[in-house]
Design a protein around this ligand. Structure first.
Ligand code: KG4
Ligand code: ZN
Length: 345
């Protein structure tokens, strides 16, 4: 029986390893950030990400065992992200998982990264646990650098996609605006910090598709509008008005996300709602979402930052649950840049 797995996450630019129980209990989660290596290029360079994963991964596996005070005899399987993500980055984790599976005579399972984000609220450790009344079904908004999608989550493997961005992801939009405003990379967190001193009503930015009756979103118009605004103001005024610009730009994204969440919770009569993915680290979004949930009487769960941003613990949880019900991957499993059609309904 699978009780506990070693989990590997290398889908993008963070290398992460965790040891997780089927109950969601995280014994250890460790990560190596590559932000400094990509910052000079103003974005993630896939080849650099893959190379760094190959350097960091094995030492991180050793560290994860050490931190958990465990060894190979304490795990019954290996979970690894094999989709979606950067192919070169995924290959490093996948090939390592396959090799370790052969060497240690343990089964391995390829996991969908987005499923990890959607089930992250169930993780627990000595500082975090989901609220007592939290469970399936719930509505989930996954917001990251590559994805902005709304789901109805009914149970393990039972996910219905309600809507998604038609163009840019919300995180991508934050990152591009930060880059254009000279804030550097990674941009989301810098816009968030800068916005704290700004007025969210100072500048007008579009909120595309906010009132249409779908769960879809669009952020490319906002991105272009941000670019135009920065060009019109010119470097000196941009510098001077940066807090107001960031606060106003951020508010446009937050307004759209909350409106779509509100619509989904209403249509699907869901009292339980989650935010997950890197952008759910955004402090304004967290505040506004909490105010909204309190007003409506909804239970809102936003996992702590360490489980919201890319991490191996969420992959381990999904892997442990699926392996416990008999799922195993074959050695010819490949990486995929996309989720599989069968991953969602
Ligand atoms: O889930 P994640 O760690 O990686 C992906 O799978 O993409 O999300 C990364 C994204 C980046 O676009 C980053 O700028 C954004 O999350 N992000 C934020 C904040 N922290 C991270 N965006 C807005 N405010 C933040 N505080
Ligand atoms: Zn992610």
């Amino acid at each position: 029986m699978i009780e506990r797995v070693l989990a590997i996450e290398t889908s993008c630019d963070d290398t992460s390893v965790a040891i997780v129980d089927r109950t969601g209990w995280v014994h250890s989660v460790v990560a190596a950030s590559q932000d400094l290596d990509h910052e000079v290029y103003g974005g993630i360079v896939p080849e650099i990400a893959a190379r760094n994963h190959s350097i960091a991964l094995i030492p991180l596996i050793e560290e994860a065992f050490k931190k958990a005070n465990m060894n190979w005899s304490d795990v019954q399987g290996i979970a690894v992200t094999n989709r979606p993500g950067l192919i070169g980055a995924l290959i490093v984790g996948l090939v390592t998982a396959k090799s370790l599976s052969q060497a240690k005579h343990l089964p391995f399972l390829g996991v969908n990264h987005l499923e990890g984000h959607l089930l992250a609220p169930f993780l627990r450790d000595d500082k975090y646990a989901p609220p007592e009344d939290f469970g399936y079904p719930y509505v989930g908004l996954a917001i990251s650098g590559g994805h902005t999608s709304l789901y109805q989550i009914k149970g393990l493997g039972d996910y219905r996609i309600l809507g998604a961005t038609k163009d840019d992801a919300a995180g991508e939009c934050f990152d591009k605006f930060a880059k254009m405003a000279g804030l550097g990379f990674p941009g989301g967190v810098r816009v968030d910090q800068m916005a704290k001193a700004g007025n969210p009503q100072a500048f007008e930015f579009p909120r595309s598709m906010i009132h249409d009756d779908t769960f879809d979103m669009s952020f490319s118009g906002l991105k272009s509008s941000g670019q135009r605004m920065l060009e019109q103001l010119g470097p000196e005024l941009v510098q001077e008005r940066l807090p107001d610009l960031c606060a106003s730009f951020q508010e446009a994204i937050v307004d759209v996300l909350i409106a779509k969440l509100d619509r989904a919770a209403k249509v699907f009569r869901s009292k339980r709602v989650i935010l997950t993915g890197g952008v759910s680290a955004n402090s304004r979004l967290r505040q506004r979402a909490q105010e909204w949930a309190d007003k409506k009487g909804y239970t809102l769960v936003i996992p702590p930052l360490r489980y919201c941003t890319d991490n191996a613990a969420m992959i381990g949880y999904v892997g442990a649950l699926r392996m416990a019900r008999g799922e195993v991957s074959a050695l010819d499993l490949g990486p995929s840049p996309q989720a599989l059609a069968s991953d969602f309904k």
